[in-house]
Design a protein around this ligand. Structure first.
Ligand code: FAD
Length: 321
C-alpha cells in the first residue's frame, strides 16, 4: 500500500494539528520551521530558572472540538485552568469578572505541547522554506524536496505571499490580510499588585502575566498594538525602556524594573482573515492554513489544521491516482 507524504511549512499550532492528524492516519509528515523549536506564537523563552511564555499567554476554547481537546490536554497534564487574581485598573477582581474563566495555561513548555500535538510527524528545525511549488518545497539551503503528495503552508499570510510566486492563482486568492504587532518583554520588579495577571487600561501596555515556571518574580508584559506600531522599527533597548517606564508609572513602582528579554511579534494577531478553515489548490496539491486564513487565535488556528487534515484524508483515494 502506498504511504502518503506531506510537507508542512510552519510548526505553530496550525501546522502541528494538521501534521498530528495526518501522521495519526499513517502519513509520513515532515514539518519545517525556521526557528529552533516548535510553537510559533506559542513558543517559549528559556530562562535561568526555567521557561517563560513571551507569546500567547493563554489558550482558550469557545466551542467544540477545541473545548474537548483542551479537556484532554488537562487530563494529559499539559494544561491547567487559569486561577488566581487579576488586577485591573486599581482593583483586584475575580477570573469570572475578568472573563478569563475558560482560559488555560500550559503546565509544560508550550513549545513541548505543540511538539506533542505533532505526534509522530518529523520536525525539522532551523529549516527555512523559501518557496512552494506543486508538491514541492524549496529550502533556503537550495534543497528541492519534491516527492510530496501535498504541501501545506502554515505561516502568517505576509510571510506566505513571497513563497507563492509559482502558484499565482492561490496567491491572488489571499487578498490583503493585515496583522497587528505586539512587543512582549520579560521583566522582573519588586512590589506592585499582588496578582497573577495585570490588565492595563492604557494606550501603551495591554497585559502582564506572572510566570510561574520560572518562579514568581518574572512577568511577561505585552504592549498594545498602538505601542508596537509606534515602536515597530525601534531598537530592543528603546522599546524596552519605553515599556519599562510606562510600567513603572502605571504600577507606581519605586525601583527600575529589570528587563530579561524582549521580542517584537510583527505578525502577532490578524485583524482580518481570508475566511473558511483552509485555502487549497487541489490541482497542485498545495494548501494554506493558520490564523490568517481561519481567524485570530489559537482555537481557530488549531481547527484550521485539523479541518484541512480531515479534508485531505477524505480525498486520499483521489490523491493515489
Ligand atoms: C503576544 C501574543 C499574545 C496572544 N494572545 C492570545 C490569546 O490570549 N489567545 C489566543 O487565542 N491567541 C493569542 N494570540 C494569537 C495566537 O498565538 C495565534 O493566533 C496562533 O498561535 C497562531 O498559530 P499559527 O500556527 O497560525 O501561526 P504561528 O504560531 O505564527 O506559526 C507559524 C510558524 O511558521 C514558521 N515560519 C514562518 N516562515 C517560515 C519559513 N519561511 N520557513 C519555515 N518556517 C517558517 C514560524 O517560525 C512559526 O513557527 C497571541 C499572539 C501573540 C503574539
Amino acid at each position: 500500500m502506498k504511504t502518503f507524504k506531506a510537507g508542512i511549512v510552519g510548526a505553530g499550532i496550525a501546522g502541528a494539528s494538521c501534521a498530528g492528524a495526518l501522521a495519526a492516519a499513517g502519513w509520513e509528515v515532515d514539518v519545517f520551521d525556521k526557528s529552533r523549536g516548535a510553537g510559533g506564537r506559542l513558543s517559549t523563552k528559556r530562562t535561568h530558572q526555567g521557561w517563560a511564555t513571551l507569546g500567547s499567554p493563554f489558550i482558550s476554547a469557545k466551542r467544540d472540538p477545541f473545548r474537548s481537546q483542551l479537556r484532554e490536554w488537562v487530563r494529559q497534564g499539559w494544561l491547567d485552568p487559569v486561577r488566581g487574581d487579576v488586577w485591573q485598573g486599581r482593583a483586584t477582581i475575580s477570573w469570572a469578572q475578568a472573563q478569563l474563566q475558560n482560559h488555560y495555561r500550559p503546565t509544560i513548555e508550550p513549545s513541548q505541547l505543540v511538539r506533542h500535538v505533532m505526534g509522530t510527524a518529523r520536525l525539522h528545525t532551523q529549516s527555512r522554506v523559501v518557496a512552494l511549488q506543486p508538491r514541492t518545497l524549496i529550502m533556503e539551503d537550495g534543497r528541492v524536496l519534491g516527492d510530496y503528495d501535498c504541501v501545506i503552508c502554515s505561516v502568517p499570510i505576509p510571510q506566505a505571499i513571497p513563497m507563492l510566486d509559482a502558484l499565482p492563482l492561490l496567491r491572488d486568492r489571499l487578498g490583503e490580510v493585515h496583522y497587528r504587532p505586539v512587543w512582549s518583554f520579560l521583566m522582573r520588579w519588586e512590589g506592585g499588585p499582588a496578582a497573577d495577571v495585570i490588565k492595563f487600561d492604557d494606550h501603551l501596555l495591554d497585559m502582564a502575566v506572572r510566570q510561574t515556571a520560572d518562579g514568581p518574580g518574572l512577568w511577561a508584559v505585552h504592549t498594545t498594538h498602538e505601542f508596537a506600531e509606534t515602536y515597530l522599527e525601534a531598537s530592543e533597548m528603546e522599546a524596552s525602556n519605553r515599556a519599562a517606564s510606562a510600567l513603572m508609572g502605571l504600577l507606581g513602582l519605586p525601583w527600575p524594573v529589570e528587563i530579561e528579554a524582549s521580542h517584537l511579534w510583527r505578525y502577532a494577531r490578524p485583524e482580518t482573515s481570508v475566511g473558511g478553515f483552509w485555502l487549497g489548490d487541489r490541482e497542485n496539491r498545495v494548501a494554506l492554513i493558520g490564523d490568517g486564513i481561519a481567524g485570530d487565535g489559537v482555537e481557530r488556528a488549531w481547527e484550521s489544521g485539523l479541518r484541512l487534515a480531515q479534508a485531505i484524508l477524505q480525498s486520499k483515494e483521489e490523491l493515489a491516482l
